[in-house]
Design a protein around this ligand. Structure first.
Ligand code: PGA
Length: 256
């Protein structure tokens, strides 16, 4: 199975920078085809990225979504607007949304529902804070985020769901989770998915948090982990391409 490698650009890159990045990055598409690559630029660069990525092997993702299709919701963006740009994936419940902007599990649940309704694939982020990690609460915290985030979701609607385990303390810190912690989290998520949907095959698990080309092999070789969500190391086209190459060769090694 192809790896999934998603780039979360956060609030970086203008339209011009996006065009330059994608033009450069596109050149490597044949070589990087062992992974399913998703680029999630800011909303303002979706149009430029969508045009530049059109007819390439790469996919377009967004970083957030509103749970209504239109209405008086100042500053929000609807699934219809995202789809117009060719968006296929949407990051939901990223820890920066949860902890800087106060997004709740209930709102995240509505967003997941809406994304699925509009045939967008959610990249649903969960992860514990440093204090929960230190006090051994990781499983409890992520299970709660998972249950509340997926509450009442119709299993029939799930053709695809991506869940990203992103410990908050690992994001942007340069301190990635250990292989062991990531494996425990992936296993815990998959067991819960079995309990909720009685079918883990429609769900893919990513690890995110300080992934780079030197450590990506540690994560993509963990059984149950299907790829990574990458922030900082996705911001330069050549660095990101190098990281994908490293992931693809580590994966080949796992499959041998
Ligand atoms: P990072 O960010 O790779 O810079 O740690 C990951 C993320 O926020 O998704």
């Amino acid at each position: 199975m192809n790896l999934i490698i998603a780039a979360n650009w956060k609030m970086y890159k203008t339209n011009q920078e996006t065009k330059e990045y994608v033009e450069k990055f596109k050149v490597w598409q044949g070589e990087l085809s062992g992974s399913q690559v998703i680029i999630c630029p800011p909303f303002t660069a979706l149009s430029a990225a969508g045009e530049a990525l059109f007819k390439t092997a790469f996919h377009l993702g967004a970083q957030n979504i509103m749970w209504e299709s239109e209405g008086a919701f100042t500053g929000e963006i609807s699934p219809l607007m995202l789809k117009e740009f060719g968006v296929r994936y949407v990051i939901i419940g990223h820890s920066e949304r949860r902890w800087i902007f106060g997004e709740t599990n209930e709102q995240i649940n509505k967003k997941i529902n809406t994304a699925l309704e509009y045939n967008l694939i959610p990249i649903f982020c969960i992860g514990e804070k440093a204090e929960d990690h230190q006090s051994g609460q990781m499983e409890k915290v992520i299970l709660n985020q998972l249950r509340e985030g997926l509450e009442g979701i119709d299993p029939e609607k799930i053709k695809n769901l991506v869940i990203a385990y992103e410990p908050v303390w690992a994001i942007g810190t340069g301190i990635a989770a250990s292989q062991e912690d990531a494996a425990v989290a992936a296993n815990c998520i998959l067991e819960e998915i079995d309990r909720i949907f009685e079918d883990r095959s429609k769900v893919k698990i990513l690890y995110g948090g300080s992934v780079n080309k030197d450590n990506i092999g540690d994560f993509v070789t963990i059984p149950g982990i299907d790829g990574t969500l990458v922030g900082g190391a996705s911001l330069q086209a050549d660095t990101f391409a190098g990281l994908i190459r490293a992931a693809n060769s580590a994966r080949v090694y796992r499959e041998v």
